[in-house]
Design a protein around this ligand. Sequence first.
Ligand SMILES: Cc1ncc(COP(=O)(O)O)c(C=O)c1O
Length: 420
Amino acid sequence: MVKKNVDGWRKRAKYGADASAGVSGSLPLPFPREMGHNTMNYLKEVVDSGLTSDMISRFEERFAREMGVKHCVATPGCTPALAVLAAAFDFDPGDEIIVSSVTDFGTVQGLISQNYIPVFADTEPGTLIINSETIQPCISDRTRAILVVHKTGTICDMDAINELAGKHDLIVYEDVCQATFGEYKGRYAGSLALAGGFSFDSEKTMGSDIGGCVVTNDDELNEKMRFVGHSRGGQMLDGFGRLHMVNGFAHRMPMCTAAVSLAQLEIIKPNVAQRDKMIRILSEKLDSIPGISTPPIPEYMNVYSCWMAGFSIDLEVFDCSSDTFAQEVLDAGIPGAGLGRYYLIPAALPFLSQKAEKNIFPYSMPPASRSYVYDGDSCPNAQEFLETYIRWSSFCERYTAEDCDIAANIVASVAEKYRR
Ligand SMILES: Cc1ncc(COP(=O)(O)O)c(C=O)c1O
């Protein structure tokens, strides 16, 4: 019997273009998306082929080539991409994966389904990303991996994280959903550790439909992901047929999504270059307003593939709450502006928190090695930062320098109104 929670179900979260419906303002919007010139050609190929086209492998090969990696495994989104990776790792239930505390549920869905235990690392103060120092105290004898998230497109300092992981024999992998074709010391995000998961959801930087993928240079992991993630863990046995060796998935990217994604891939790099240029201009303008600061753009990041713009307000400088400031900025024309408290993922998982509290598997002991609490207080830097961080994910490649002026002027006028 399904427990009834009709009101809750009606308030369900929305994603992709649905989440942006009704968003308006004085600045460019990502929707309707710019589509690659070849979109219709590739879609037509799929249809004309009667679904026998090689569109998926063409997309995979091209994405891997553009990323400078050996393999790309296409999936229907990043949530399934990271789920496939988690299943392919084959850790034991109760093993821990250290994850960024500021992210989307899609980052952790797969590892939770595998009965691994997420341990959330706090963010570096004044930022939305984790670093080797905030990861270090989370390491235990049950830690198997570190999953970093390049939130907003800000790439974590991967050299230091890889060095720490090397000392403890841990796998490192990346959630690159918000940093597509961003560059760290001249290398693309997603190619900086064992594997990287991408989202091509319609609202993402390389917005297609609801696609995603994992990239890796590891030949064995590539084979294993295809086996577990595409072939449902089924192996062919002579004289019998499919024998399911693991509880695998059918997370294959649809052919039409591959067609759209391939066409979007052809236009993505100039779009990312524009995002990089605009976010640097915008950040400088916002930082010049007393009481306003933007998250630092690390020097090691030579291309900032920014998916989300935002700024922090100093509540000692302004005589209003951050909610009021955000509302005023929204009303004045910055589309979609608001606080993003829900990005504090340990505070946004009541189902997991209850499981941990009641010691339900895998939190029963063993396999869990200790007790776990999921709340905001366990990640104070992230919690504090998100209380005064106003962001808008409708930032996109359509911005011009004039748009950056408009955005900064809106923030400046709200700042003047509430300055103490
Ligand atoms: C950081 C991050 N990880 C994972 C996801 C999930 O991606 P998808 O919607 O493709 O499943 C998202 C999407 O919002 C995201 O922003």
